[in-house]
Design a binder for this molecule. Structure first.
Ligand code: NOJ
Length: 546
């Protein structure tokens, strides 16, 4: 097992649109981030993952890029970016950029040229067919869009305004590598690669089986982990990644552990770690994720351990409970009511003492919660809006009320409500009108109330991050589950040379007893009132033996 800085790092994800607005237009921006670098340095994280900041018409909040070489005007200018990079480095924070290379915006010049004529040199930059197949798009509807001018259809696995790039075309790949080198030459520290497992498509483009409850075929078998994926990633590694000292994490939906390992095994020269999805896919219903189902803890532990164990011999995993595509962790896996503080700390302790690289999503360190959406007018996310149209308006599967409840518990906008900085108007996020509503609980849940409060959730994260930096065992130790069949207890050990850590976390709102006697001394807990063999609701303890 080789040691590496990116294995030892803790990453903080910023969704720039919702982080901090410096100019009062209601949208977060780069200067807003710069003014919060002290906050992040104080928290102790090592790396910032910036969700996309490139020029974009914002069909999918920046995941639809119209110019890879320009900064989104809402966020500022390239000068602001250069300043952010320099100042972040001065604050000992690395910057990892989002790389969205499976698709562009339909407003990207390549696509504008691509649809001009079939003999345009850029035509083959995208995937055009005379006839569509039955594939459905991730955001609903067909994955093919008709273009009248060409009398052809183009593939878009996501929104209509997000045409998929044709990675079979070497010119596309070369242009993407060139763009990546441009950012690396500026001095960025790595890439988080958006749906990178989807760049190689099965060139037969066959019809796909239609899942129950769906209208279109699920193209996953033909779009994920395709025939040339490893050839492409190894080429990217040769052409770009190997030339710099970078942190790379691939977003890889749809992969089994065995398949994912091929992306990250050290001797394969592809990526360093992946984001897996098994543990955030356990609470769906008959119509995808839109349900009220809660995650079962036994299944969650199984899903997490499958990846942890799978990566133990030459591979690396990322650890996360939420991000910009997921609801808030404390609402989803914990209790965002009476036990919010305890349960936010309990989730944090459980995650941050595991094996892998932990990610903190903005506001998670404050215990920010899901938002209660009372009208579809409040929603901004294209996925939610399309799903509402499909399941409420067109197919009458859910009532308006039911779907709003589903959105309030599973929708992506929960993660995108503005960061809660203080108890002033709009949570201190903006002096203007925020692009999406602020969660009204900002009066009590905000950074200003927590940074100087020693027992706050923020300072608990700070302690956990410092512990990871102080103990190799937390980074590199083997991890083994205890009480795997318990529905309320998340318990495990870590072992490294002669050291041992035992974690016992009560993920329920009732008292839990256990028979084991942990070795060593108390390392960290979210409630100092510790009784042997007993955990109060959401109490979590970790013991350390040398
Ligand atoms: C995954 C990103 O995380 C998500 O926000 C986006 O909508 C899709 N990829 C499409 O880029």
């Amino acid at each position: 097992m080789n040691k590496a800085w990116w294995k030892e790092a803790v990453v903080y994800q910023i969704y720039p649109r919702s982080f901090n607005d410096s100019n009062g237009d209601g949208i977060g921006d780069l200067q807003g981030i710069i003014s919060r670098l002290d906050y992040l340095e104080n928290l102790g994280v090592d790396v910032i993952w910036l969700s996309p900041v490139y020029a974009s018409p914002n069909e999918d909040n920046g995941y639809d890029i119209s110019d890879y070489y320009a900064i989104m005007s809402d966020f500022g200018t390239m000068r602001d970016f250069d300043e952010l990079l320099q100042k972040a480095h001065e604050h000992h924070l690395k910057i990892v950029m989002d790389l969205v290379a499976n698709h562009t915006s339909d407003e990207h010049q390549w696509f504008i040229d691509s649809r001009k004529s079939k003999d345009n040199p850029y035509h083959d930059y995208y995937i055009w067919r005379d006839q569509p197949n039955n594939w459905g798009s991730v955001f609903g509807g067909s994955a093919w869009q008709y273009d009248e001018n060409l009398n052809q259809y183009y593939l878009h696995n996501f929104a209509i305004k997000q045409p998929d790039l044709n990675w079979e075309n070497k010119a596309v790949r070369d242009d993407l590598y060139k763009m990546m080198r441009y950012w690396c030459d500026k001095g960025i520290d790595g890439f988080r690669m958006d749906v990178i497992s989807m760049i190689s498509k099965d060139q037969r483009y066959p019809d796909a089986p239609v899942p129950e409850g769906a209208v279109y075929g699920d193209p996953t078998p033909y779009t994920v982990d395709g025939p040339r994926i490893h050839e492409f990633l190894q080429e990217m590694n040769r052409e770009v990644l190997s030339r710099y000292d970078l942190f790379t994490v691939g977003e890889t939906p749809g992969l089994s552990v065995e398949r994912a390992l091929k992306y990250v095994q050290e001797d394969r020269h592809e990526l360093e770690m992946v984001f897996t999805f098994d543990h955030v896919s356990l609470d769906g219903g008959d119509y995808g994720k839109w349900s009220q189902k809660r995650t079962d803890l036994v299944e969650l532990k199984k899903a997490i351990m499958k990846w942890v164990k799978g990566c133990e011999n030459g591979g690396w995993n990322s650890l996360y409970l939420d991000n910009h595509d997921q609801p808030r962790a404390v609402s989803r896996f914990g209790d965002d009511g009476e036990y919010r503080e305890m349960s936010a700390k309990c989730l944090a302790l459980t995650l941050h003492l595991m094996r892998g690289t932990p990610y903190v999503y903005q506001g998670e360190e404050l215990g920010m919660t899901n938002y209660h959406f009372t009208s579809i007018e409040e929603c901004r996310d294209i996925e939610e809006i399309n799903a509402y149209k499909d399941l409420v308006t067109d197919r009458h599967i859910y009532s308006d009320q039911e779907m709003l409840e589903n959105i309030s518990s599973k929708g992506r906008d929960n993660a995108r409500t503005p960061m809660q900085w203080d108890d002033s108007q709009n949570a201190g996020f903006t002096t203007g009108t925020p692009w999406i509503n602020v969660n009204p609980n900002y009066k009590t849940i905000n950074a200003a109330a927590q940074v100087n409060e020693p027992n706050s959730i923020y300072n608990f994260y700070k302690q956990l991050i410092a512990l990871r930096h102080a103990h190799d065992i937390i980074v590199y130790g083997e991890m083994d589950l205890l009480y795997e069949d318990a529905h309320d207890l998340f318990a495990y050990t870590r072992s490294y040379n002669d050291e041992k850590i035992t974690v016992l976390a009560n993920w329920s709102d009732h008292e839990v007893t256990y028979d084991l006697t942990p070795e060593g001394d108390l390392l960290i807990t979210n409630d100092e009132d510790v009784t042997p063999h007993t955990l109060k609701p959401y109490q979590a303890v970790a013991y350390y033996k040398k």
